[in-house]
Design a protein around this ligand. Structure first.
Ligand code: AKB
Length: 306
C-alpha cells in the first residue's frame, strides 16, 4: 500500500539522482520526478519535464498525483550563479516561493529544501562556524539561500508549514554537480581515477567542509522522518563529513594508487571558496535528530565510480 506520494523538483541534479535511487526502493512510496531537462538514461520512477517556476503545471501534478511530500531541489549553484546573479535570484527564490505556495494551498504534509554553506560569509574562512551567526554571503546563490532560510521560518510560523532543511557543504558523488565552487572535488576524483591529469580551479590549500552523497541521503531521510519540535523545525541544519583541501585530495588519490598529476590554476571561484567556512559545527543536527556521518575521505573516494 502506498503511504507517501512524493514530488521532486530538480530531480536530475547531483542530489536528486541519488535520492531517487534510495527512495525508489521503498515499496510504499510513489515518486514523481521533475526537472527542466529530460533524463539521458531511463530512470526507475515517473518523470515529467517541468520548470520549477511553472506554478500551473506543478499545481496540476500535485493535485492529479495527490502529492503529500515535496523535495524541492532545483537551484542554480554558486559559481554558475555569479555569471548571471539576476537569474540566480529569480530561479532560486521564486522556485522556492512556488513550491511553498503550492504546498500551503494543497496542504502538503512535509517539504524538504536544501540550503548551503554559501549562506556564510561574514567572517572569512572561519574554523568550526557555528550554526547561528551573523551572515553576509558573497554570492547571489548564498544570498538567495539565506533569504529562503528566513522565508522557511516565516512560512512555518505563519502557516504551520512543515518545511525541513539541511545546510549542505560540498558534496562528493559519482554524479557531477554542475555550477558549484566545490565541484573541483568530484572533477578531480573522476579525472585522476580515469588516469587523466587535472587542473584544479581552487588553490591547493583551500579548505572547505565536504560530505559524501550517501551521508546526505541518510541525513535527509533521518531529518524527514524525525519528530521535531516547532523550535527544532526552524533550523536549516549544518551537517558535514570531513574537511578537505585540493592538496589533501590529490595526496589521498596518490596514496590510493592513482598516479595522474594535479595542476593548479585558481580562478574567480577561489574568492567564493575563501568566503566560506573551513569547517562547520553540526552539533544541532547530532543533538536534535541523531546525525552522525559514516563516510571519511578514503571511503568516499572508494565508492565514487569514475
Ligand atoms: C556550490 O559549490 O555551490 C555547492 C554548495 C556548497 O552549495 N556545492
Amino acid at each position: 500500500m502506498i503511504k507517501q506520494r512524493i514530488l521532486i523538483t530538480g530531480a536530475l541534479g547531483q542530489l536528486g539522482v541519488s535520492l531517487i535511487r534510495v527512495l525508489s526502493k521503498r515499496s510504499d512510496t510513489y515518486i514523481l520526478a521533475t526537472d527542466i531537462n529530460a533524463p539521458k538514461e531511463e530512470i526507475d520512477v515517473d518523470f515529467e519535464c517541468v520548470n520549477a517556476l511553472d506554478t500551473n503545471r506543478l499545481e496540476e501534478l500535485i493535485v492529479q498525483q495527490k502529492i503529500d511530500c515535496i523535495y524541492h531541489l532545483a537551484a542554480i549553484l554558486s559559481a554558475k550563479g555569479e555569471k548571471n546573479p539576476f537569474q540566480s535570484w529569480h530561479v532560486n527564490v521564486n522556485s522556492f516561493q512556488v513550491t511553498v505556495e503550492l504546498a500551503i494551498k494543497h496542504k502538503v504534509q512535509r517539504v524538504f529544501w536544501p540550503s548551503s554553506i554559501a549562506v556564510y560569509g561574514e567572517d572569512k574562512n572561519p574554523i568550526n562556524a557555528p550554526q547561528q551567526v551573523d551572515m553576509n554571503p558573497l554570492t547571489m546563490y548564498g544570498v538567495s539561500k539565506l533569504a529562503c532560510e528566513k522565508l522557511m521560518i516565516y512560512y512555518h510560523q505563519k502557516f504551520n508549514l512543515d518545511i525541513r532543511s539541511l545546510r549542505l557543504p560540498g558534496v562528493l558523488s559519482s554524479d557531477p554537480a554542475g555550477g558549484g565552487t566545490t565541484d573541483y572535488a568530484v572533477e578531480m576524483v573522476q579525472a585522476v581515477k580515469n588516469g587523466k591529469d587535472y587542473t584544479c580551479f581552487l588553490a591547493p590549500q583551500t579548505e572547505l567542509p565536504m560530505i559524501y552523497i550517501d551521508d546526505v541521503v541518510i541525513a535527509i531521510e533521518q531529518l524527514m522522518e524525525s519528530n521535531l519540535s516547532n523550535q527544532e523545525r526552524a533550523h536549516s541544519y549544518n551537517i558535514m563529513g570531513f574537511s578537505l583541501t585540493p592538496a589533501m585530495l590529490e595526496s589521498q588519490l596518490h596514496k590510493m594508487g592513482y598516479p595522474a598529476e594535479v595542476h593548479y590554476a585558481p580562478d574567480y571561484r577561489q574568492q567564493i571558496a575563501e568566503s566560506w567556512p573551513r569547517t562547520i559545527q553540526d552539533q544541532f543536527a547530532r543533538d536534535h535528530w541523531g546525525w552522525a556521518p559514516q563516510f571519511d575521505l578514503e571511503k568516499s573516494i572508494k565508492q565514487m565510480t569514475p
